[in-house]
Every structure is written in structure tokens, then in C-alpha cells.
Design a binder for this molecule. Structure first.
Ligand code: UTP
Length: 227
């Protein structure tokens, strides 16, 4: 049977929330190594609070958008190095989506961060998925599913177990109108739509849920279909 290919976009807030980070990262690394015996995996790490610290400080120092993005990318690559260390993966972090796809092979986990200014690591995950013709992108995030509204503020917010990529696009467009950061990068959604890549949105702190998403099993989060 053909081995499936999966790109995991792991949010920085999931990877390094600042509470027992090594405990979680060790568990995550073990699970990914285990899952890589069944599916081919590339992991793209977000920047989290380290990126936020640098971009906010850089902004106060008068940095341009380009410069702030470069600081953000630096933080994502540092996080990638951290995960690579715990996984025994290569710490020579790929600089482009094409390079990550080229290095990826069955049983060989590639860990990376951001690439160039102008988007987030969710978009990078969609680009890598395109390059390597992946079966799905798993977005390991800090929410457990996609909701119609912020469930912390709106108790009647609807929780979605299934969405089409067009529906996700509309929800994110609405979110962006309100100036909030979205559950998946709009450029990543556009790429997934064009390339027909499914996106699974799951709680990244729930290791079993994340394992199920990576392996293509039933999930508690949101399955966004592009086909
Ligand atoms: P993240 O991917 O962590 O973005 O990259 P984010 O949306 O701020 O974080 P989450 O998903 O909510 O946790 C951090 C920053 O690094 C820059 C962007 O400025 C981004 O906001 N970046 C990242 C790039 O410019 N290009 C990349 O390829 C990746």
C-alpha cells in the first residue's frame, strides 16, 4: 500500500506555551516518530510567544514589516531546531518549501519553520504539501475545532466537525474583517483550495487527537475537505 504523506503545521502557542514545554515536546516527538513508521511526515513549526516578543520589540524599535517578518521567521526556525533536537531529526532546517519536500522521505521526518516574509507557517505547510503532493495538512492549533464565533465570548457559537474549504475561507474572511488572527492562514486556504488538499484542524496539545489526525483516523476536531 502507498504510504500517505502528511504535513503538520504546529502552532508556536502549542509547542512553547511556556509551561512544561520539554514534557510536551518530548511526548510530541515520540508520537511523530512513531507515526512516521506509517506515514511520511514534514512538520512546520510556528513562532508563538518567542516570535511575538521579537516582532513587538522590533516594532517599538521602528522595524519595517519586512524586518518584523524576518524576526518572526527566525523564531519559527528556532522552534523547529528545538523540536528537531528532541526528535533526533536534522537540525539543518530547510529554508524553502521545495527543499523540505526534496529532503522528505518515508521514515525521514523533516522539521522546518518559516521561509520568506509575507505569510505564516500555515501557508508554508500548504506550500510543502503542494510540493510533495501530500494527502493532507494537519493544523495542530490551540483550539479544539473551528467555531462560527469565538466560543469563549459567544456561548451559542456553532462547532463544526466538517467544512468545505470554501466554507472555511468564508469564516476566515469574516474573522479577518474583525482584525483577528485566523484559525488558518488565508493564503494557506487559497493554496489548499487550488491544490485540493484537505486540512484537519485539531487541538495540538491533545497528543492522541493529533496522532489520529496524522494517521487519518477519526478526529474530534474539524475536517476541512477540498475535494
Ligand atoms: P507564525 O506562523 O507563528 O504566525 O509565524 P502566527 O499566525 O503569528 O502564529 P500563530 O499561528 O497564531 O501561532 C510568526 C510570524 O513570522 C512571520 C510572520 O510575521 C508571522 O506572523 N513569518 C512566518 C513570515 O513572514 N514568513 C513565514 O514563512 C513564516
Amino acid at each position: 500500500m502507498k504510504r500517505e504523506k502528511v504535513v503538520v503545521s504546529i502552532g508556536g502557542s502549542v509547542l512553547i506555551p511556556g509551561k512544561e514545554d520539554p514534557v510536551y515536546i518530548k511526548k510530541l516527538a515520540g508520537m511523530i516518530k512513531d507515526a512516521s513508521q506509517t506515514v511520511q511526515i514534514v512538520v512546520v513549526c510556528g513562532g508563538g510567544r518567542i516570535a511575538r516578543y521579537y516582532t513587538e520589540t522590533g516594532a517599538e524599535l521602528g522595524g519595517s514589516t519586512y524586518q518584523l517578518d524576518m524576526l518572526g521567521i527566525g523564531a519559527t526556525r528556532l522552534n523547529a531546531q528545538l523540536l528537531a533536537i528532541s526528535m533526533g531529526a536534522s537540525e539543518d532546517i530547510p529554508a524553502t518549501a521545495a527543499e523540505a519536500a526534496r529532503r522528505s522521505a518515508p521514515g525521514n521526518i523533516v522539521v522546518m519553520g518559516g521561509t520568506v516574509p509575507g505569510h505564516t507557517t500555515d501557508a508554508v505547510a500548504a506550500m510543502v504539501a503542494t510540493e510533495m503532493n501530500a494527502d493532507r495538512v494537519v493544523n495542530a492549533t490551540s483550539v479544539d475545532a473551528v467555531y462560527s464565533n469565538d466560543p469563549k465570548k459567544d456561548l451559542s457559537a456553532e462547532r463544526f466537525s466538517k467544512l468545505t474549504i470554501e466554507e472555511l475561507g468564508e469564516l476566515v474572511y469574516k474573522e479577518h474583517g474583525a482584525g483577528k488572527s485566523s484559525v488558518f492562514d488565508p493564503l494557506g486556504i487559497k493554496i489548499a483550495m487550488e491544490e485540493k488538499i484537505d486540512i484537519l484542524i485539531v487541538d495540538g496539545r491533545d497528543i492522541e487527537e493529533l496522532r489520529n489526525a496524522i494517521l487519518g483516523n477519526e478526529i474530534k476536531g474539524t475536517y476541512v475537505s477540498s475535494r
